[in-house]
Design a protein around this ligand. Structure first.
Ligand SMILES: *Cc1c(COP(=O)(O)O)cnc(C)c1O
Length: 423
């Protein structure tokens, strides 16, 4: 029988975990794009509300989750932790494999964890409209849902290729009242300048971010919202790892390997950051980020200051990056097509506290199909990189006759991505 661990609503974490409080080093500060000097928190207030800027730089270990956000989390949290019994049997592995299922959220991915928090802090600081970018649409739909919950208008710049090829999440965004346009668009100077050169440019996340920021800085009632990469986004995602810790404790299990897929780093970080103190204390635990070979920021990128967007409007972040002009090939895992990586994840990698691996799309999709048939959940193409990583570790454990306790985050379901499974 499959083991499933559910926590009660009362057992939901009441705070987010801030890893910056425990790291024995300080992160390199973001730089102002004009002066190339460390950016002042005030300079960020054109695009973010005060509370989120505070969280971005906070060194407090536990940051309380506000009551209205807890109330919205309770719609779908705590999310279940499953033992992958059927996968274990199929692989004939001595490893025990568990997965956290974030696809249980209202829009089918972990992104609602930060969308709800960001919408709440914007609402209480007087923001009327949020503007953002989205690739495959998971982030856009999460923010439109959160906007509907907290009474904010949401404008989404959606990477054109996804807008055309993945219409389902566009409809989901519209269902939640969002205003969605393909990017590059004719709504911004940057978008128009690109369209003049090439009328049917496929677009990229970097371009869509530039468009969203251009709109945000031009209107005081409008703020920008980012679905990954930044410290406060990773912070909000730590509910995932905090819940996993409680769920494994109920089973008397201690994980030896924890994995997540990696795009900008938010679901990976949300899963592994609560385990970083164990790693720092010298416990036997490996934390592994799984990324596509088609967009290998962690495994092939350079560790240096780079812009978060293509136009060079965002602060410069110290991170592993493929360069702001890198346009990744059109892989199915749209959410993993970002040129950079979260500064926190980047530094952890640089310090050897985490590992990174890259996989090809084909082997990953075979694992995803297998997982769907065995475990009964169609995984998001993005999450499938973590599944494949877990399978590889389980097979290694079998070869080495080693007992491992493997946990991975299933960051979303793939029911809107079925086309990827048949093409
Ligand atoms: C957006 C997304 C990702 C990648 O983003 P991260 O910030 O790296 O987590 C992964 N999985 C799913 C399901 C997503 O929607």
């Amino acid at each position: 029988m499959r083991v499933r661990v559910d926590l009660k609503v009362e057992e939901m974490p009441k705070y987010w975990y801030n890893v910056l409080a425990d790291l024995p080093f300080k992160l390199d500060p973001p730089l102002d794009p004009r002066t190339k000097q460390p950016i002042s928190p005030q300079a960020l207030s054109a695009i973010f509300p005060e509370a989120l800027i505070e969280q971005e730089v906070s060194e407090k270990r536990e940051i309380p989750i506000p009551e209205p956000v807890l109330r919205e989390y309770a719609v779908f949290r705590p999310t279940p932790l499953y033992r992958a019994t059927y996968l274990e049997e199929y692989l004939q592995t001595p490893a025990r494999i568990y997965y956290k299922y974030e696809g249980a959220s209202p829009t089918g991915s972990h992104k609602t964890n930060t969308a709800l928090a960001q919408a709440y802090y914007n609402k209480i600081s007087g923001t009327k409209r949020l503007v953002t970018e989205t690739g495959a649409g998971q982030w856009g739909s999460a923010l439109c849902y959160a906007g509907a919950k907290f009474g904010l208008t949401v404008n989404v710049f959606m990477v054109r290729i996804s807008y055309e090829q993945k219409p389902m999440r566009k409809y989901l965004m519209k269902l939640f009242g969002g205003d969605v346009v393909p990017s590059p668009s004719d709504r911004t100077n940057f978008g128009r300048s690109l369209l003049e050169k090439n009328g049917d440019m496929p677009g990229s996340l970097g371009i869509a971010i530039s468009e969203a920021i251009e709109v945000a800085v031009s209107d005081p009632g409008t703020k920008y919202s980012l679905g990954s990469v930044l410290n406060h986004v990773l912070l909000h995602q730590t509910v995932i790892g905090l819940e996993i810790k409680k769920q494994l404790a109920l089973l008397n299990e201690t994980p030896t390997i924890v994995l997540g897929c990696h795009g900008g780093g938010s679901n990976f970080a949300g899963t592994i950051l609560p385990f970083v103190p164990d790693k720092l204390a010298g416990k036997n635990i490996r934390l592994i980020a799984c990324e596509p070979t088609a967009c290998p920021s962690l495994t092939k990128g350079r560790y240096e200051y780079d812009y978060g967007d293509t136009a060079g409007m965002t602060p410069l972040l110290k991170m592993y990056t493929l360069g702001k002009d890198f346009i990744p090939p059109k892989i199915h895992a749209g959410g993993l097509r970002y040129h950079g990586a979260a500064p926190i994840v980047s530094r952890l990698l640089k310090e050897g506290l985490i590992e990174a691996v890259a996989f090809d799309q084909e082997e990953v999709f075979n694992a995803a199909r297998l997982f769907a048939k065995l475990e009964g959940i169609v995984p998001a193409p993005e999450s499938s990189y973590a599944i494949y990583g877990a399978i590889k570790e389980a097979l290694r454990a079998k070869e080495e006759k080693k007992e491992e306790v493997i946990v991975f985050n299933l960051s979303g379901h793939g029911l809107f991505d079925l086309i990827a499974y048949v093409s």
